[in-house]
Design a protein around this ligand. Structure first.
Ligand code: GDD
Length: 321
């Protein structure tokens, strides 16, 4: 079986590639050309998801059995700063891919569109843990683009019988995630403070939010299983099923720190709107695929902090946000 992962050079893509290969798949990936053509490893093709013709050419050349669509602007924080670009990449990019698949014709590859738990947005207390049929009330631009992707994917599944499986992934974290996401932001600061590269003071944003965290290594197993066993046209939550306070996440990391670190709340890290709770009901995913997360949050946090201990001082890690 041949898989194509769009946005394969990102955080999740490398784990997904490894998981698929372990399970006998041949995997190709796409990445942005600016990332450096020579730095793209074998099996990777430079591709901008905003170039429809290039997507068609690549599909024609590779004829994959499955396409995992990860290419996206994946940061909620960045979507407040780059709304138009977020809409372009996440909505137009998805349409470009779906159109390319439709126009190439049958046999269609199995398609996995990765959306977000953020699509649910303002969940009422009685609606949590939130299941796939819940109304969507997105609270930010990123969430709205992923809700649009889900609707558009559903239309292609219904109107053209494209085998599209729709995912709503909740927060996934682990070694290799870029700064700009909470666990990476916290771990990086702790590692820098431990190495004496900053004062032992870390800056944090909103600690009162609660999010459903899953290790990225478990998340990609869910994606693989959904490509193999998911029902076309259906939406699946991917999460741990348990919301954890950001304060609790921070305390867990501070307990792992090798030095005493003070915490300062930084108003610049707050967002105009931050949905209070996101917690997934994952019964549908479990029933259809047998998936269950296997890595406890404590290990994910320890592994992520260790990763950052190895990264501090690495000039390749950018400070985008
Ligand atoms: N990034 C960041 N940095 N977030 C912080 C910080 C900080 O220093 N301090 C507190 N937070 C809070 C945010 O306000 C938010 O409530 C929570 O931590 C999680 O923020 P992120 O890690 O940036 O993730 P997200 O929840 O906005 O989005 C992630 O999860 C979505 C699914 O629920 C991303 O992985 C999305 O791509 C994904 O769709």
């Amino acid at each position: 079986m041949k898989a194509l992962i769009t946005g394969a050079s990102g955080f999740v893509g490398s784990y997904l590639k490894a998981s698929l290969e372990r399970n006998g798949w041949t995997v190709y990936g796409t990445g942005l050309e600016e990332e450096g053509k020579e730095s793209l490893p074998p099996g990777f093709f430079p591709l901008d998801i905003l170039e429809p013709k290039a997507i068609r050419r690549l599909l024609e050349e590779l004829r994959p059995d499955a396409v995992f669509h990860l290419a996206a602007q994946s940061s909620v924080a960045l979507s407040w700063k780059e709304p138009a670009w977020t809409v372009d990449v996440n909505v137009k990019g998805t349409v470009n891919l779906l159109e390319a698949v439709r126009q190439r014709g049958e046999p269609y590859p199995q398609l996995l569109l990765v959306g977000s738990g953020e699509e649910y947005g303002h969940i009422r207390p009685e609606e949590t843990p939130v299941s796939e049929g819940n109304p969507l009330r997105p609270g930010n631009l990123y969430a709205a683009t992923k809700a649009a992707q889900n609707l558009i994917g559903g239309i292609y599944a219904q109107a053209y019988r494209l085998p599209v499986v729709l995912v709503r992934a909740f927060n996934h974290i682990g070694p290799g995630q870029l700064p700009g996401f909470v666990a990476a932001d916290f771990c990086r600061q702790i590692a820098q403070a431990e190495a004496g590269l900053r004062e032992p003071v870390m800056r944090v944003g909103n600690l009162s939010a609660r999010r459903d965290f899953t290790d990225v290594r478990d998340v990609v197993e869910a994606y693989r299983l959904l490509a193999e066993k998911g029902r076309p046209g259906e939406t699946y939550n991917v999460g741990s099923g348990r919301a954890v306070g950001i304060r609790q996440l921070l305390d867990g990391l501070l307990a792992l720190a090798r030095i005493q670190i003070q915490v300062e709340v930084d108003p610049a890290r707050f967002r105009p709107v931050d949905v209070p709770v996101l917690e997934a009901d994952v019964r549908k995913l479990q029933a259809d695929t047998g998936w269950a997360p296997s890595i406890p949050l404590e290990r994910t946090l320890a592994d992520t902090l260790d990763y950052w201990r190895g990264q501090v001082g690495n000039p390749k890690i950018s400070e985008k946000i």
